[in-house]
Design a binder for this molecule. Structure first.
Ligand code: XUL
Ligand code: MN
Length: 345
């Protein structure tokens, strides 16, 4: 079966270019102006952190938060856009310095759970039931700081709190092995899916696979996707690219390793990804060197590369592939694929 694809990104993917060693290099664009870019760039879905939708939410009451999120929903409707998911931002508040759900301070853990419930409220107001959970600071800088068995139990408790708070929401865990932490708990797809099966409602826990995160874990993103697809757990993706084992680069999809990108497109397409409304999310960042007027090209280019690789994958001759596979002539298979990627028939 062939997938049908619609694309999404988050407002953080149009950004000012600051990095840990230098300030912003581009002007800020207000949220409503960012929304105007989506359709023009070929995107239909908007991904949110809770405070992308409701800035300064910690100063507001739950009722005020829902009201403000309602205004964002109306702005989406005006543009004909869909909210794909909302993710609780549990890594900027002083109470999350040592993690949220796995903090050693019970007051900080309580804050993380309350914030997660507000995130669910925002998702409802925006008209989506998908929560993405990137476990940013749920980890350690040194092994002795936390107990990894208790940490796992606490993350499981947090999943259960959210699942019980709203019987309709689904949670897609976005695994990442490191950064900002030295080691993060739930570093891979396998960990995330296993944890979901221990929750009070395993049917409502799945994953968001980001290419760069899988690469940082030393894994092949398309195989991670295949694993999740086999469990019916791939509810969204964060496609991008990554040049080796360094900081999370969020480069344009396919810009480093075209063949690795090709195999991600191929596994999604072969397994009918998108048939249940899943979006192809692009978690890509513009290079710091991009000037203001050309700082959305990474999004447009990532989508174009995806579609071009899709075309190539669909044009492969299945009978030819089967002959090579049957003969176990993988050298022939390799040159066939490489030639197609080089545009040779
Ligand atoms: C962090 C990352 C986040 C999540 C959403 O590496 O990828 O942007 O995708 O919280
Ligand atoms: Mn991501």
């Amino acid at each position: 079966m062939a997938g049908k694809f619609k694309f999404s990104f988050g407002p953080w993917n149009i950004h000012e270019g600051a990095d840990p060693f230098g300030p912003t290099v581009r002007k800020s664009i207000v949220f409503n102006r960012k929304l105007a870019f989506y359709k023009k760039l070929g995107f239909d879905g908007v991904q949110f952190h809770d405070d992308d939708a409701v800035p300064d939410m910690n100063r507001l009451t739950p009722e005020q938060i829902v009201k403000k999120a309602g205004a964002v929903k109306r702005a989406l409707d005006v543009q004909g856009l869909t909210a794909e998911f909302v993710a609780p931002r549990l890594w900027e508040d002083p109470r999350t310095v040592d993690g949220g759900y796995t903090s050693n301070d019970p007051k900080c853990r309580a804050y993380a759970l309350e914030r997660s419930k507000r995130c669910v409220d925002i998702a409802n107001a925006l008209g989506t039931n998908l929560i993405v959970l990137w476990l940013a600071r749920e980890g350690t800088y040194i092994r002795e700081a936390k107990d990894s068995a208790w940490a796992t139990d606490r993350i499981l408790d947090a999943l259960n709190v959210m699942l019980a708070y709203d019987r309709n929401i689904r949670i897609a865990i976005e695994p990442k092995p490191n950064e900002p932490m030295d080691h993060t708990y739930i570093p891979t797809t396998g960990h995330a899916i296993a944890l979901g099966f221990r929750s009070i409602d395993p049917v409502r826990v799945g994953v968001n696979i980001e290419s760069a995160h899988a690469i940082l874990a030393g894994l092949d993103p398309s195989d991670e996707m295949g694993f999740a697809l086999s469990f019916d757990k791939l509810w969204t993706v964060h496609l991008n690219d990554q040049n080796g084992l360094k900081f999370d680069q969020d480069k344009t999809f396919g810009a480093v390793d075209l063949r690795r990108a090709f195999n991600q497109v191929r596994i999604l397409d072969r397994h009918n990804y998108g048939a249940n409304g899943e979006f192809v999310g692009l978690d890509v960042k513009a290079m710091r060197t991009q000037k203001d007027d050309v700082a959305t090209k990474h999004l447009q280019n990532s989508r174009a590369i995806f579609l071009r690789l899709l075309e190539i994958s669909r044009s492969l001759k299945e009978d030819k592939l089967q002959v090579m596979i049957k003969a176990r002539d993988y050298e022939e298979l390799e040159i066939y694929i490489v030639n197609r990627l080089l545009g040779k028939r």
